[in-house]
Design a protein around this ligand. Structure first.
Ligand SMILES: Cc1cc2nc3c(=O)[nH]c(=O)nc-3n(C[C@H](O)[C@H](O)[C@H](O)COP(=O)(O)O)c2cc1C
Length: 377
């Protein structure tokens, strides 16, 4: 698996990748990871410390966690928000951290839909209506269908709600531009609002925004993508995180997602970030027992079928594995989460393991200079 073919060249994982005007200096991207410590959506010092760890680690790019485009669109009370102009300053601090190291950074724009109003994971992730009823709110969704029998029934969105939320995504995108983000990601996965419009399991509407026809279920995701594209500079890339399959009988299939990806591409979406699951249960889990690289085949299939760049994610934990994803053309970018939490130095260690001609060069100069001269004797 380990590519040592030409030791004068960086391995595929450490080659640059460009979309529109943004260049990732290597293929390792920090996947969005909620920290659940925001206060009314505002960035805290923790977020800055968390992102600084990655900014100094040699990654190629990063995506800030799911960030609510409306206050009620947050998953929990600890989620970041971009529903106030006052959020821009805090988000800019995160952007500045990455930009100080020349690293492009995106933000995941999100509406939680029927999964909104949950307790934070550390407090059980149960419906807030059970855990803290005074602070709970009523979630909205394409249909008045609860996530599971343990969850409250959401309010079915009116045509006016649909227009308002699509516009909120657009306004959020403009705020993200003001904060200095280099690219955006639409959260279209894990059973949250955009995903729930696309999935026949959550979307039972009988109007033009839902029901059996794929065309109807695509309307909301495409509306969000078009609204965002209309409001941002042409040089700014837009990613879309999809749950490629629901993993449930009667749910979204790979064919559905490939069709959506083609339409998203026509709306100006540049890359599909290929996750899975979450339409009725925990995010990202369409499989009983995820194994390393379990979602990579989806990234490859979407890439081939829709002719669109993809990002692979899901238990990518080892240098050879990450490198092979790029070398084999499975995906263009490799998103990593928990392995980077455990080992922020993964890019440097991977560069060493893969025979990069100058592994230290992936790190900031102030570190690289001394590491190059380190002698173990
Ligand atoms: C702490 C934590 C928070 C997460 N928050 C988000 C999020 O904000 N948006 C999202 O799309 N996925 C989120 N995820 C899922 C990750 O982006 C990723 O898809 C998943 O962890 C699988 O990648 P990994 O095996 O490299 O961790 C989160 C995962 C973790 C562990």
């Amino acid at each position: 698996m380990t590519a040592l073919a030409d030791s004068s060249q960086p391995p595929p994982l450490f080659t640059a990748f460009s979309i529109r005007k943004v260049t990732f200096r290597n293929r390792i991207v920090v996947t969005p990871m909620c920290q659940y410590v925001a206060d009314d959506g505002h960035v805290q010092l923790w977020h800055c410390a968390h992102h600084s760890r990655f900014a100094l680690s040699g990654i190629g790019g990063a995506i800030v966690e799911a960030t609510g485009v409306t206050r009620d669109g947050r998953i929990t009370l600890g989620c970041l928000g971009i529903y106030l102009d006052e959020h821009v300053g805090g988000l800019k601090r995160i952007v500045d951290i990455y930009h100080s190291q020349g690293i492009p950074v995106g933000i995941q724009l999100s509406h939680a839909g029927r999964k909104a109003s949950a307790a934070v994971p550390l407090k059980g992730a149960a419906p807030l209506a059970d855990a803290d009823p005074d602070r709970a709110w009523t979630a909205m969704a394409p249909s008045a269908v609860a996530l599971t029998d343990r969850w409250p029934i959401p309010r079915e969105m009116t045509e006016h709600d649909i227009e308002t939320i699509i516009e909120a995504f657009g306004i959020a995108a403009e705020r993200a531009c003001r904060a200095g983000f280099d690219f955006l990601e639409i959260h279209g996965a894990h059973g949250y609002l955009v995903n729930s419009y696309f999935s026949p399991i959550a979307n039972r509407r009988s109007d033009s925004w839902g029901g059996a026809p794929l065309e109807n279920r695509m309307r909301f995701p495409l509306g969000v993508a078009a609204e965002i594209r209309r409001r941002i500079p042409a040089e700014m890339p837009v990613f879309y995180r999809a749950s490629v399959v629901d993993g449930l009988e009667g749910g979204v299939t790979i064919e559905d997602t490939a069709a959506l990806a083609r339409e998203l591409k026509a709306c100006g979406v540049d890359l599909i970030d290929c996750s899975s699951g979450g339409i009725t249960g925990p995010s990202g889990r369409a499989f009983e027992r995820p194994a390393p690289g379990y979602l990579v085949p989806y990234a490859r299939e979407v890439r081939e079928r829709a002719g669109v760049p993809t990002m692979a994610v899901g238990l990518i934990v080892e240098a050879g594995q990450a490198n092979a994803i790029v070398a084999n053309g499975d995906a263009d970018l490799v998103a990593m989460g928990r392995q980077l939490l455990a080992e922020p130095s993964f890019p440097y260690h991977a560069a060493q393991a893969l025979g990069h001609p100058k592994p230290e060069s992936v790190l900031p100069e102030s570190y690289a200079f001394f590491l190059e001269r380190r002698n173990f004797g």
